[in-house]
Ligand binder design. Structure first.
Ligand code: C2E
Ligand code: CA
Ligand code: CA
Length: 274
């Protein structure tokens, strides 16, 4: 409906209308939650697949809604993107994650950046200031970007990612291989890490054909000298097979779901997934 000209009519069936109202309500609630700092940041560990040691964590935002309980990010991140709230929301997460990570000596921290944040020229100064305020060493921060960014807004993305990279942070492509970015263009971006998406990890222990896509990403990463993180590992067999295929770092419910910082503290001395 957004793209319709001003002389067109948009029709809403009653059920769509109800859905729209619900969405507007939620967008309102989200604005309030961001303003009142009610969003929380949870941390899902990254694990060294050779020994189960925790080497880092991904910051994942959580919204405890007063009436609806925890609302999953897949529902409110798109809302936040549409409304522009993703900018304050994203910066809140970045700030919290950097402060927290500065208290975890040596652990890497990954923060998701939405395309909208990368398009914002202010993001560079913001990341720089957040690093300075938190005292976190830049090389310990990884910004996870979406593959669609590389394709849809290639010029801006290339420029901005270059500026971010110059701060000394690492850049990872989330869910690599699920978008349509062309492989030949990967070289044009200052990327450090490819994340193997869960759907490719699902079949990894099931045979040559099911593991083909994960292997393709590992081969590509090796050829380009990039790091790899496999996400959505739910079973020991997947972890073992990925490690055998040369993947060094993994993430998934087999090791731990995303947990509050204090719970991750308690996990730090442990070997996960044994
Ligand atoms: P993502 O960045 O791909 O994050 C991984 C998602 O997979 C997380 O869901 C995580 O809890 C889930 N996951 C991890 N391991 C497993 C597993 O073994 N099995 C299954 N079934 N799921 C697993 P979550 O936290 O619900 O986040 C969903 C998406 O919302 C994220 O996908 C990311 O795109 C977005 N998101 C979350 N936090 C932020 C944020 O702070 N900023 C932005 N821009 N996006 C965020
Ligand atoms: Ca991510
Ligand atoms: Ca992902």
């Amino acid at each position: 409906a957004k793209r319709q000209g001003r002389n067109r009519f948009a029709y809403f069936a009653p059920s769509m209308h109800a859905g729209l109202l619900e969405k507007l309500d939620l967008a309102d609630d989200l604005r309030g939650a961001v303003e009142r700092h009610e969003l929380q940041v949870y941390y899902q560990p990254f694990v060294d697949l050779s020994d189960g040691a925790i080497v880092g964590a991904e910051a994942l935002v959580r919204w405890p809604h007063p009436r609806h309980g925890f609302i999953p990010p897949d529902r409110f991140i798109p809302l936040a993107e549409e409304s522009g709230l993703i900018l304050p929301l994203g910066y809140t997460v970045l700030e919290a994650a950097c402060r927290q990570a500065a208290a975890w000596p040596g652990l890497k921290i990954s923060v998701n950046l939405s395309p909208r944040q990368v398009q914002d020229p202010a993001v560079v100064l913001y990341v720089q200031q957040t690093l300075a305020r938190s005292g976190l060493a830049p090389h310990l921060l990884t910004l996870e970007i979406t593959e669609s960014l590389l394709q849809e807004d290639a010029e801006v993305a290339q420029h901005r990612l270059g500026e971010l990279k110059a701060l000394g942070v690492q850049l990872a492509v989330d869910d690599f291989g699920t978008g349509y970015s062309s492989l030949s263009r990967l070289h044009d971006f200052p990327i450090d890490v490819l994340k193997i998406p869960k759907p490719f990890v699902d079949g990894v222990a099931a045979g040559a054909e099911q593991s083909a896509l994960a292997r393709a990403i590992l081969d590509l990463a090796a050829a380009l000298g990039l790091g790899v993180v496999a996400e959505g590992i739910e079973h020991a067999e997947q972890a073992a097979e990925l490690h055998r295929l040369g993947c060094e770092v993994g993430q998934g419910f087999h090791f731990s779901k995303a947990v509050p910082a204090a719970e991750l503290d308690a996990l730090l001395p442990m070997r996960l997934g044994a």
